[in-house]
Design a protein around this ligand. Structure first.
Ligand code: HOZ
Length: 424
């Protein structure tokens, strides 16, 4: 790392735990120190020392059109001049909600919040109120934000740092969360028999334990089991929403959840998330009903404008084009690994992708943990040295944007091929 980044990180370390405002950014999963970013443009970012990187983190998913897309910047500029926050209804909230429900008709009604954690936390409260039950069923390695009920065998930073759970979560609350392995319907059925489960919450394609796709029978099986045991099914689509398909998991897998949580892409890089679903459920939220949830900056006009401009530019043709580029990148990565005899499994869904250094497919977090994390670290740094920024953890998905054109993908493949060779 060059000097300005190092100097800023030295100051940051005095001010923030680990020098960062969200754990995975600290590079603990790969070693070394994070660089400090100065700006982004399309598929690229530059650090404060002038180094350029092709970016596949994309702010951890939101930037489906890359950095500073002109349409989003123009929408923000116009919104900002009208005022930055009112705490009163605005037309922008309605316009973004209409854009969401048009693409995801099963989300009949929704509530905007400001982070994915707020969305999942609120969805669980609603599920508990509706069913009159307390237990939540989640999956090993799935991450649903940092609310107490979800910090039980979670993915993302929790997995990256090798923590099982988090101190500070009362045992009485943690005991209300039961955990099954992803892709294991028998384990789910057993837990449903033993517990009065309010909701099953799942990332339909896991992105917080690395990228893990569901077996074809898994999501339909969850739907059937949830209905049979009168539990709600919650798809946490904070990461997958508008990425695995414009209509999310319902469109891609033909399975409909009772509640859906969204985030990342719906804010176009500003802090927006949402939870929504069947009208009968959402009507229980205050002030229609008595399940309380509120937020000063919920539906913030800047965030609504950025989200709307992002979705308006994400036509089926654009989505298809990003997905094609993603598949080409993943294919090229597999070829590189084969060329150098490196065991690698790589996969994608729409504009979300990932890989593990392991020969066999990964179906669960237990599988993911047997991948060669040391090799991942070497590969991450070799890629970074060659100007490709991947997520600094073996347990995070990667993303693609409409700004990554064929030339950018070709350049990436050349650099990753060299990184693969160098990190053997
Ligand atoms: N939980 C995010 C990735 N799954 C990381 C967020 C961040 O560090 O910004």
């Amino acid at each position: 790392m060059t000097s300005r980044s190092r100097e800023i990180m030295r100051r940051a370390t005095e001010l923030f735990p680990g020098g960062v405002n969200s754990p995975v950014r600290a590079f603990r999963g790969v070693g070394g120190e994070p660089f400090v970013v100065e700006r982004g443009d399309g598929p690229r970012i530059w650090d404060v020392d002038g180094n350029e990187f092709i970016d596949y983190v994309l702010s951890w998913g939101p930037l489906v059109h890359g950095h500073a897309p002109p349409r989003v910047i123009a929408a923000l500029d116009a919104a900002m001049r009208r005022g930055t926050s009112f705490g009163i209804p605005t037309e922008g909230e309605v316009a973004l909600a209409e854009a969401v429900t048009e693409r995801m008709p099963h989300v009949e009604m929704l509530r905007f919040v400001s982070s994915g954690t707020e969305a999942t936390m609120s969805a669980i409260r609603l599920a508990r109120a509706f069913t009159g039950r307390d237990v939540v069923l989640k999956f090993d390695g799935c991450y649903h934000g940092h609310a107490d009920s979800f910090l039980v065998r979670a993915g993302s930073g929790v997995a990256t740092l090798g923590l099982a759970n988090s101190p500070g979560v009362p045992q009485s609350l943690a005991s209300l969360t039961v955990v099954a392995p992803f892709n294991d319907l028998d384990a789910v059925e057993q837990l449903l028999r033993l517990n009065q489960v309010a909701a099953i919450i799942v990332e339909p394609v896991v992105g917080n334990a690395g990228f893990i796709a569901p077996d074809p029978a898994f999501l339909p099986g969850l739907r059937e089991l949830a209905s049979r045991h009168e539990a709600l099914l919650i798809f946490d689509e904070v990461m997958t929403g508008f990425r695995i398909a414009l209509g999310g998991a319902r469109e891609r897998f033909n399975v409909t959840a009772d509640l859906t949580t969204l985030g990342k892409v719906i804010g176009g890089g500003l802090p927006v998330a949402a939870y929504g679903g069947r009208r009968e459920l959402m009507e229980l939220i205050a002030p229609s009903g008595s399940v309380y949830q509120a937020g000063t900056l919920s539906g913030n006009p800047l965030a609504m404008a950025a989200g709307l401009a992002t979705l308006e530019d994400l036509s089926p043709a654009v989505q298809e084009c990003i997905a094609t580029g993603t598949a080409r990148l993943v294919h090229g990565l597999r070829e590189s690994a084969m060329r150098y005899g490196v065991p690698l499994t790589a996969d994608c869904a729409g504009s979300m992708w990932g890989f593990f250094f392991r020969a066999e497919p990964v179906r669960s977090f237990a599988d993911a943990k047997t991948s060669d994390v040391e090799r991942f670290r070497r590969f991450f740094h070799a890629a970074l040295d060659r100007g490709v920024y991947l997520a600094p953890s073996a347990f995070e998905a990667a993303f693609m944007s409409s700004a990554h054109d064929d030339a950018v993908i070709d350049a990436t493949l050349d650099r990753l091929d060299d990184a693969m060779r160098a990190s053997k």
